[in-house]
Write a protein that binds this ligand. Sequence first.
Ligand SMILES: [Zn+2]
Length: 232
Amino acid sequence: MNLIEEAYRRLFPEKEFVYQTELEYNRRLSSFNSNIKLYNNTLSVAMNLQWKDIDDEIKIGLIQHLLLRLLKKKATTPNIHLYHHFISQIPTFMPKGESDPMLAASFERINQQFFSGAMEQPNLRWGTASRNRLAYYNLHDDSVTVSTHFQNAPEHLLDYLMYHELLHKQFKFEHKNGRTHAHTPAFRAAEAQFPNFKGIDTELQTYLSSRRRIGVLRSLESKRSSFLGFWR
Ligand SMILES: [Zn+2]
């Protein structure tokens, strides 16, 4: 079966399929990543090698997802649902490496306090000394990465970043009308459970200012800037 053609035909049954196709698996793309290109009437899809043995129905969903992005169209199909379900399950089967002890301790505090100790530990690692991206959760390899600026931070500031990122793991992502919403109202309500949540952004800013040498503070995390006016 030509997966690209099949994905296209199921998505646009009324249209003629007029493309050449290329499907490649490689190791250059990061974990469970993929991309699509259209040039000279050739639809070219590349997937990380990890996709190779995944069920064709899920891959058709992935290709449909890529096609919609390429063609700037919105739709949802049973295959796209399968694909999103599969992606949301990745954290449960990704192998875990060694985690940093300070981050593991923070994870354990938050896990006990907010998740009844029931959350499975993701990969935990320090990133770079970034002021723009203080922390992030990567669903594709189930990892939380924290800026090294927080290696000497007060414990509750590190814990707050950890809590925010673990909520991303908990909520995964909600998929609505072809768009992904990371900070849903439910997410924000859960986040506000953190002790002294109202003052936490001021504290983060004060802490980072105390470590500031040059440059201008930008958003806490690009996605967050829309609701944390203080950081805009
Ligand atoms: Zn976030």
